[in-house]
Design a protein around this ligand. Structure first.
Ligand code: C2E
Ligand code: CA
Ligand code: CA
Ligand code: CA
Length: 288
């Protein structure tokens, strides 16, 4: 019994130590990643459900670690949030997005169509609660966008329900200031936040993104269809567009079409990819 108890403590101690070392290594590595330019933005298309025409791209950060390879954000974004590194990282993501937009605009110009073929809110950028809390968020966004010469209307910021509700009064002020810059605003992971629905009409929102946990259930029996139908109805009655996240099957797409969902995003259409690997027909505004 004594050996068992000791073993249990030791296993726990080992797991704890591993977690601490892992967290430290991640945070330490992230500092280096920011300095050495190891963070890269990948993009995933959002398509219109009725026509399958690409209308936007979500910017998703990746860490190209020299030894670990491509690190997914679930592995380092939480550490970046906890440590505050999400603030410089978020700025870097926005700078890369704006540079990429400039690059695409020049490519469109080569097609002789002009930058007006890019629609509003064409690139969706994730913001975490920690960034919303930061007093320099709005001036930083304004400065980065102006320096790149990108119209703010080309950007949508995605904010999770839980980040909005953490300090709703503060979030409301920040969202209004962002909106005044001319960007669009989306609620991310909608349906997972246990929040009251009243905020939907109080915040100046444009888009509601239905969490992929609901979409995953759509092809099967059960309540997901009713929930998504209700979300689409609610969003439309408030004048918001609806994006379904994580669409992986034709069956799910079929149901979303029946329910009148506006836009969809998921592996069925394309996985997130580096900008140079995105097929031209997946780029919004590049269609002939
Ligand atoms: P999210 O904002 O909900 O992003 C959507 C996630 O769903 C992405 O994961 C995307 O690759 C994944 N996804 C897209 N389609 C499908 C599908 O059909 N099936 C499945 N199973 N997954 C799909 P990713 O890129 O690993 O990002 C994870 C999370 O990390 C994001 O969730 C977001 O919360 C956070 N994140 C990513 N980039 C940034 C960033 O630049 N800033 C901040 N603050 N957070 C970020
Ligand atoms: Ca998102
Ligand atoms: Ca999401
Ligand atoms: Ca998420």
């Amino acid at each position: 019994a004594k050996r068992q108890g000791g073993g249990a403590v030791s296993v726990f101690g080992h797991a704890l130590r591993t977690a601490v070392v892992d967290r430290w290594a991640t945070e330490h590595g992230l500092h280096r990643a920011l300095d050495r330019g190891e963070l890269r933005v990948h993009y995933q298309p959002v398509v219109e459900v009725r026509t399958l025409v690409p209308v936007a791209l979500e910017a998703l950060v990746r860490w190209e670690h020299p030894e670990w390879g491509l690190v997914a954000p679930d592995r380092f974004v939480p550490v970046a949030e906890e440590s505050g590194l999400i603030v410089p990282m978020g700025r870097l993501v926005l700078e890369q997005v704006c540079q990429q937009l400039r690059h695409w605009v020049e490519a469109i110009d080569l097609h002789g169509e002009g930058p007006q073929t890019l629609g509003s809110g064409v690139v969706e950028v994730n913001l975490s609660a920690r960034q919303i809390d930061h007093p320099q968020l709005v001036p930083t966004v304004e400065a980065v966008v102006a320096a790149a010469g990108v119209p703010p209307s080309w950007l949508t910021f995605e904010i999770t329900e839980s980040a909005l509700m953490r300090d709703a009064a503060r979030a409301l002020g920040v969202l209004r200031a962002l909106k005044d810059l001319g960007v669009s605003l989306a609620v991310d992971d909608f349906g997972t936040g246990y929040s009251s629905l009243s905020y939907l009409q109080r915040f100046p929102l444009d888009v509601l993104k239905v969490d992929r946990s609901f979409v995953a259930e759509l092809g099967r029996d059960g309540g997901a269809r009713a929930i998504v139908a209700a979300v689409v109805g609610l969003a439309h009655s408030l004048g918001l567009a609806v994006v379904a996240e994580g669409v992986e099957t034709e069956a799910q797409l079929q149901v979303l079409d029946e329910l009148g969902c506006d836009y969809a995003q998921g592996f069925l259409f394309a996985r997130p990819a580096a900008p140079e690997d995105l097929a031209e027909e997946l780029l919004p505004g590049f269609r002939a």
